[in-house]
Ligand binder design. Sequence first.
Ligand code: GDP
Length: 421
Amino acid sequence: MSEERHQNLAIIGHVDHGKSTLVGRLLYETGSVPEHVIEQHKEEAEEKGKGGFEFAYVMDNLAEERERGVTIDIAHQEFSTDEYEFTIVDCPGHRDFVKNMITGASQADNAVLVCAADDGVQPQTREHVFLARTLGIDELIIGINKMDLVDYEEGRYREAVDEVTELLKQVQFNPDDAKFIPISAFEGDNVADDSDNTPWYDGPNLLEALNDLPAPSPPTDADLRLPIQDVYTISGIGTVPVGRVETGMLNTGDNVSFQPSDVSGEVKTIEMHHEEVPEAGPGDNVGFNVRGIGKDDIRRGDVCGPADDPPSVAETFQAQIVVMQHPSVITAGYTPVFHAHTAQVACTIESIDKKIDPSTGETAEEEPDFIQSGDAAVVTVRPQKPLSIEPSSEIEELGSFAIRDMGQTIAAGKVLSVQEP
Ligand code: GDP
């Protein structure tokens, strides 16, 4: 397992509140803007007699390149603090944010919510905070941005903090897990250095707050869950399922079970980076060989776990979902494709049990006839083929899914409970 301390960070907030500018500022202040970009800006700035305006040039360039759809995007940019290497995962609004967030590679551990001091809580602020909570973001750092536009007035800062605190309470996000910082992404106040413009603020600057985030604990103590990506036959070895360990440990000699295929056997060898290893843990991509299991016994979408406590298989499951975008309405009987870990299974929304108010987290309506874009709801789902999935309260990594239809992610959700056959 890698010793590097790594965090996936989501930058969320209403459009135009300054997410891209903040990402540019973080990259710039941590020296993470690609060298060629900086060089180019230095030259341009000097030519135009504007040395010192490099940041503005960096932003222009990021924006320009984004418009052209090339090279630099704010998604998947990296920067480091003393403690962590951060990867910025797609921001909401980016096309496949929800799907990426759910299906693994870019699952965010923590998030920075950007809220402009001059605009306060707006619809997407609400939506993203609700989504962050639904998808299990642990801690939230809230940058009250554009403080320069409100003359760095403490009163305006407090107003914005109160609005956001109210929102957090509404979605039952513990305000103790939130840290507020007055910033200007554009001017750089309280991002990498403590600003003289906010003498009334004595908390950490943004980079310090990021550095102080608790380390995501790798779920090594949990039961093994290893969703299978592919199954190969390798001469001399035999059947080799491959996949990423999501939770727990895989050891040679373990008795493992594959669900829903419902076969089991003993782990003979484990291979990682073309080397044989005795064990593998969360985050490790492995190929392994199991005594007595043939290529046709297991398939992509199976989950491997301990034989004496095998992965759950759902006859039905209850889930909380958020509808991101759907051209019409969703009613009971709707059967889109659910993407959960490596499985893709058509599932019928058998009943819509209740609608939840995304801005309060409370029940808005029992058994509504339909739900539509922007709605959050608790639904009962029946997979059309056996599906291994877990309650997110028990195994978070195996408890969320995206719902896709017509080539789009239309909803995201997490599993509340699983009814096994
Ligand atoms: P996004 O849609 O959330 O990514 O917002 P952008 O980063 O694109 O910013 C929207 C606009 O607000 C741009 O014109 C930025 O220059 C401006 N902006 C962002 N941060 C600040 C800030 O701290 N102060 C001021 N004055 N303008 C800002």
